[in-house]
Write a protein that binds this ligand. Structure first.
Ligand code: UDP
Length: 328
């Protein structure tokens, strides 16, 4: 039975990855310090013999006993408001946390896949974004702590590959959604669905002409699974190229939820990228991968899951007071 360590296991993506690798017959070691993760995402796995959970901060020295064949490094805050609220932890987990994972991979002789992001492209001047584009990042802006940590992560991962011959994989993840996203983490999709469920107006930032391209989580997990088992060490974009403006996205959520609320416009956060869409030519060629789940279908599944959440989650303040965090 192959054994895999997944950092950020209690998070949105981490927990879906744990499910997938358990289903594929792996022994899974999940690690999380629960700053932004939630153990409830893993509760159903605790009775399983093939699953172990370590409550550890990957930015500190980590120890995992026994052999490891693979490591997936998915620990990181992943919402713009988190970056403002916990900037130092965000920097540390992308840099020191990655260094620790690479060191562990070397010691265990494991192959490692690190979760990078479309944020390495910053506010892109090339559209759609392909892997050859170097990006347009403001290092000292509010997103700099995430973007630069992830850029460093790619650099150190490549260095371990070229200098130590470590088997490494780098995925650049574009906006992804699905069940188990934190409802009030400030990201646009849970924000809109949460607002609709609470009977609040939907808050569009700026004039809503900025675009994003949303990928359903099952498609992303399939892409990760294929990339891990490929022999390709360079970065690969995984995301859904179907692009939409945030204003139109709000309208889709209004239709989906049947809410009688309307759209209200708020200030655009600093350095908010104006457009984002992955060029997935590489993923198609190298992994034979492309997304299968259309937005209408994925949104329906996600909405059904969010409807089941208890009121204590639905009404939890967390980042709903986002204005406190938006730096002008
Ligand atoms: N956004 C919005 N209303 C919200 C939350 C986000 O209009 O309540 C916008 C945000 O300004 C950005 C887009 O939606 O342009 C996606 O934001 P998110 O935080 O989900 O992720 P990003 O892709 O910016 O990292």
């Amino acid at each position: 039975m192959p054994r895999i360590l997944i950092t950020g296991a209690a998070g949105f993506l981490g927990s879906h990855l744990c499910d997938r690798f358990i289903a594929e017959g792996y022994e899974v070691v999940g690690m999380d310090n629960l700053i932004t993760g939630d153990v409830r995402n893993l509760e159903h796995l605790f009775p399983k013999q093939e699953f172990t959970f370590y409550n550890q901060d990957v930015s500190n020295y980590i120890h995992v006993s026994g052999p490891l064949d693979y490591i997936l490094h998915f620990a990181s805050p992943a919402s713009p408001i988190d970056y403002l609220k916990i900037p130092i932890q965000t920097l540390k987990v992308g840099s020191l946390g990655t260094h620790n994972c690479l060191g562990l991979a070397r010691e265990k002789g494991a192959r490692i896949l690190v979760a990078s992001t479309s944020e390495v492209y910053g506010d892109p001047s090339v559209h759609p974004q392909n892997e050859e584009y170097w990006g347009n990042v403001n290092p000292v802006g509010p997103r700099g702590v995430y973007d630069e940590a992830k850029r460093f992560q790619e650099a150190i991962t490549m260095a371990y590959h070229t200098y130590h011959g470590l088997e490494t994989r780098i995925i650049r993840i574009f906006n992804t959604y699905g069940p188990r996203m934190r409802l009030n983490d400030g990201r646009v999709l849970p924000a809109f669905i949460g607002q609709a469920l609470r009977g609040e107006d939907l808050t569009v930032f700026g004039d809503g002409s900025q675009t994003r391209s949303f990928c359903f989580v099952d498609d992303l997990v399939e892409g990760i699974y294929r990339l891990l088992h490929s022999d390709y060490p360079h970065p690969v974009n995984i995301g859904n190229p179907s692009e939409i403006t945030i204003r139109d996205f709000a309208e889709e959520i209004i239709k989906l939820t049947g809410t009688s609320q309307k759209v209200v416009y708020k200030d655009l956060p600093k350095d908010d990228p104006t457009q984002r869409r992955p060029d997935i030519t590489k993923a198609k060629e190298i992994l034979g991968w492309e997304p299968k789940v259309a937005r209408a279908e994925g949104l329906k599944i996600t909405y059904e899951a969010f409807k089941q959440l208890p009121d204590e989650v639905l009404y939890k303040q967390e980042h709903r007071d986002f204005e406190r965090y938006v730096r002008k």
